[in-house]
Every structure is written in C-alpha cells, then in structure tokens.
Design a protein around this ligand. Structure first.
Ligand code: IMP
Ligand code: MG
Length: 181
C-alpha cells in the first residue's frame, strides 16, 4: 500500500502545522499554573501528540493508554477495552486526553476513560481530538478541543491508519474507495 491509494489530500501538512500551533497556544493559556498531564491514546495520536507538546509552552507530563476495539476494519466494533493503562498516577493533576479522531464516539464512551481518570482522582479531564467527524456520531462525547471538523470520509495519515498502514504520511488524505473495501 502506498500513497497512490490516496484519492484526495483533505488537510495539508501546512494546514495541520498551523492548527496544531493554535491548539498548543490555547492549551498553554488554559492550563497556565496548573499541573498538566497529556494522555495520548495509542497508536493513532502519537504524531499529533508529538507535535502538540512542542507547541505547548507550560510544564507538562506525558502518559499513554491504549484502547482496543476488536477488528481492524473501517467500521468500529462494539467491544472496547483499555489494553494499556497509565504508567503514572494522575491524582491531583489536570488531564488532557489526546485522540486522533472521534467518529461514532463509541471508543471514548465505552472505554469509560473519562470515568476511569476521574476515579483516579484527576482534578479535571478534558479531551483534545485532532479530527471530529460529527456526522457519524452515535454516542455523545464531550470534545473540548478539536483541530478540524471533517466530512464523513475515511482518512489516513498523520498517525491515522488503515489496517496499520499510512500512519507515516505527513498529511491527512482520503483513501481510494477500492482500498477501503
Ligand atoms: P469511534 O469509536 O467510532 O469514535 O472511532 C474512533 C477510532 O476509530 C479512532 O481512534 C480511529 O482509531 C478509528 N477511526 C475512525 N475513523 C477513522 C478514519 O477515518 N481513519 C482512521 N481511523 C479512524
Ligand atoms: Mg484511535
């Protein structure tokens, strides 16, 4: 699978850099003077998180969780579990969960991540998603920071994958229909 499978560039590298810079500035302002931990959801958020933290000017810690929904197709399945939990306590810290894309919303909802972090005595839990596909939403989830609202298309690149591939593309592109099938 290579970039010939990309039908359209939805967001260029320049657009992403610009927007991630703005988000970093906003987060730096909002969390000034607060003990901040960014929790990246593996694997999709790793590139976004890496760029985002370099645009945040206040002290912060970084941790990761991995959430698995069974199956690797373009359709999310109904079974969701946390397969890698936090390494460090979040007690008395402000947590910002970093996600690549929120589609149906089931991954965030059914993982009970927010409830889990609150139970670990985080002072606050907010969510920052690079991409939001609201037209596909089935479960209500609160998104506090959103990079881009996108149409109902399956996208890859900048950390997002199809069957494990395309994460390394520096832009966000729409996959050719025949590749998705
Ligand atoms: P949700 O549970 O439907 O909100 O889906 C969230 C997860 O599904 C994301 O974290 C991605 O891993 C995956 N996903 C949803 N839409 C896309 C897409 O367009 N491209 C790549 N992955 C996606
Ligand atoms: Mg994901």
């Amino acid at each position: 699978m290579n970039s010939a499978a990309i039908a359209e560039v939805l967001l260029t590298q320049e657009q992403i850099i610009q927007r991630v810079g703005e988000l970093g500035q906003q987060i730096s302002d909002d969390y000034k003077g607060k003990d901040l931990v960014l929790v990246g959801i593996l694997k999709g958020s790793f590139i976004f998180l890496a760029d985002l933290v370099r645009n945040i000017s206040i002290p912060l810690a970084i941790d990761f969780v991995a959430i698995s929904s069974y199956g690797v197709s373009t359709k999310s399945s109904g079974v969701v579990r946390i397969i890698k939990d936090l390494d460090e306590p979040v007690e008395n810290k402000h947590v910002l969960v970093v996600e690549d894309i929120v589609d149906t919303g089931w991954t965030l909802k059914l993982s009970y991540l927010r409830e889990n972090l609150r139970a670990k005595k985080a002072l606050s839990v907010h969510v920052c998603a690079l991409l939001d596909k609201p037209s596909r939403r089935e479960a209500e989830v609160q998104l506090d920071y959103v990079g881009f609202v996108i149409p109902n298309k399956f996208v890859v690149g900048y950390g997002l994958d199809f069957k494990g591939f395309f994460r390394n593309l520096p832009f966000i592109g729409v996959l050719e229909e025949e590749v998705c099938r």
